[in-house]
Write a protein that binds this ligand. Structure first.
Ligand SMILES: Cc1ncc(COP(=O)(O)O)c(C=O)c1O
Length: 391
C-alpha cells in the first residue's frame, strides 16, 4: 500500500522535485556558508539566500526584503517576536485558536508575573470575533497575536478589518503579530494590506521548504523594539563586539541553514509556476470534495468553517463512538491513510469546539500532491468506520 499522506499541516510532503534539487545542490555542490566567504561557492550561497529573501518579500508584499529574517521553524519565529518584544507590565490580547508556539511563551511570561494575557474566544466554526479583540485592548496592551488560519479547523480568521480598527484606537503602541504558519502558500497574505507589524511562519508547510526552516518579517516601526533571542556571528561587522542592530543580521546569528533556505526559495517559485498554480487549484477542489463528503457521512462531526471560501483544506472531525486516536490508527493500519489525532498543539480551541471530552480530533490536511482518488478513498474509509459506530 502506498502512503496517503494527509498530515501536510504538520509539514508538507512530498516536496516538488525542484525543492529536493535545490537542497541537494546547496549540500552537495556548494557546501559553503552564506555571507562569510569570497570564493565562488560562498558567494553563490549568499546569492541564494538573497533570492529567497526577495521571493518571501514578494509573497507577503513586504516593502523591503531585508526586513525578513530566516529562522529554524515557525516556533522559533514566534518565540523571537513574543519573548523579544514584551516587557514587564505589558498586556497581550490573543485568542483561543492559537498554537502552543504562541500560548506557551505567553504563559511563560505570565507565569513569571511579567505580563497579563487576555484570550478571546471563538465560535463553533472556530472564528474569533474582531469586536471582542478590539474590546479587550487596554492602555497597556503592547501585543496582539492572532492566528491567520487554524491548524485545527482550517478556518481563516477575519483579520482583514483589524488594520482599520487598530488605527483609530488611542493606544498606538500595539504591535500586531500574525501567525501565518498555516496561511502562507495557501491564501494570499499581504502584510501591508493587513497592517501587521510582525509576521511569523514556518518554511516547511505551505511554502514547501524542508523541515528546519522558518521566517519572520518585522516592520521598520517596531524592529528596534524586538530584542534578538540569539547573539553571535553574522558574517558582518566582524570587529564589532555587539550584535548588529540592522536587519536581517539582528536575528540571523550563526550559520544560516542554506540548504533549507534554498529549498524554501524553490518551494515558493514552484507555488507560483504554472504547475504549482494548477496543483493549488486541484488542492482546493479536493479539499472541497472532502468537506462536502465528510459532512454527508452519518455519525461524523466535522469542525471549522462550513464554507470552503472561509477555510483551507485542514479538516478536524470525530466519529461518534470512536476515540480519535483509534480512528487515526485504523486509517493508517488498514488503508495507509496518514492523519493526526489529538489536540494538535492547540489546547484551548477544543473547549470551544466541544472536542475536549474526545481528547481532540482526527485531522486531515490536504497537500498539493493529494489526488482525487486518494480523497475518495479517504471518504470511503471514514464512512466504513462510521458505519461500525455501534460496534
Ligand atoms: C498555527 C501554527 N503556528 C505555529 C506553528 C509552529 O510551526 P513549526 O512547526 O514550524 O514550529 C504551527 C505548526 O504546526 C502551526 O500550525
Amino acid at each position: 500500500m502506498s502512503r496517503i499522506y494527509l498530515d501536510n499541516a504538520a509539514t508538507s510532503w512530498p516536496k516538488p522535485d525542484s525543492v529536493y534539487a535545490a537542497i541537494d545542490h546547496a549540500q552537495r555542490v556548494l557546501g559553503a556558508p552564506a555571507g562569510r566567504g569570497a570564493y565562488y561557492e560562498a558567494n553563490d550561497a549568499s546569492r541564494i539566500v538573497d533570492h529567497a529573501r526577495n521571493e518571501v518579500a514578494k509573497l507577503i508584499n513586504a516593502p523591503k526584503s531585508r526586513n525578513i529574517a530566516f529562522t529554524f521553524n515557525g516556533t522559533d519565529s514566534l518565540s523571537t517576536a513574543i519573548l523579544g518584544l514584551l516587557k514587564n507590565g505589558d498586556h497581550v490580547v490573543t485568542t483561543v485558536v492559537e498554537h502552543n508556539s504562541v500560548l506557551r511563551p505567553l504563559n511563560h511570561l505570565q507565569g513569571e508575573g511579567l505580563i497579563e494575557v487576555t484570550c478571546v474566544g471563538c465560535d463553533e466554526e472556530g472564528f474569533v470575533d474582531v469586536n471582542e479583540i478590539i474590546a479587550s485592548i487596554k492602555p497597556n496592551t503592547r501585543l496582539l497575536v492572532v492566528n491567520h488560519v487554524s491548524n485545527v479547523t482550517g478556518s481563516i480568521q477575519p483579520v482583514d478589518t483589524l488594520k482599520e480598527r487598530l488605527a483609530v484606537l488611542e493606544n498606538q503602541k500595539i504591535v500586531f503579530l500574525l501567525d501565518a504558519a498555516q496561511s502562507l502558500g495557501h491564501i494570499p497574505v499581504d502584510i501591508q494590506e493587513l497592517g501587521c507589524d510582525i509576521l511569523a511562519s514556518s518554511g516547511h508547510k505551505g511554502l514547501l521548504g524542508p523541515l528546519g526552516t522558518g521566517l519572520i518579517y518585522l516592520s521598520d516601526r517596531i524592529v528596534n523594539s524586538v530584542n534578538p533571542l540569539r547573539f553571535g556571528g553574522t558574517g558582518t561587522e566582524g570587529s564589532v563586539e555587539f550584535q548588529p542592530e540592522q536587519m536581517p543580521d539582528r536575528f540571523e546569528s550563526g550559520n544560516l541553514n542554506v540548504p533549507g533556505i534554498a529549498g524554501v526559495h524553490a518551494g515558493i517559485r514552484f507555488l507560483n509556476s504554472t504547475e504549482g498554480l494548477e496543483l493549488r487549484a486541484r488542492r482546493h477542489a479536493n479539499a472541497a470534495r472532502l468537506l462536502q463528503g465528510i459532512r454527508e457521512i452519518p455519525g461524523v462531526q466535522i469542525h471549522g468553517a462550513k464554507e470552503m471560501g472561509q477555510r483551507i483544506g485542514v479538516f478536524s472531525f470525530n466519529i461518534s463512538g470512536w476515540d480519535c486516536h483509534e480512528v487515526a490508527s485504523i486509517l493508517d493500519a488498514n488503508w495507509a491513510i496518514q492523519t493526526r489525532a489529538g489536540r494538535h498543539c492547540a489546547p484551548l480551541i477544543h473547549r470551544a469546539l466541544g472536542t475536549e471530552p474526545d481528547h481532540g480530533t482526527v485531522r486531515l490536511s490536504v497537500g498539493l500532491f493529494t489526488t482525487l482518488e486518494q480523497a475518495d478513498l479517504v471518504l470511503e474509509s471514514i464512512a466504513k468506520l462510521a458505519d461500525q459506530s455501534g460496534r
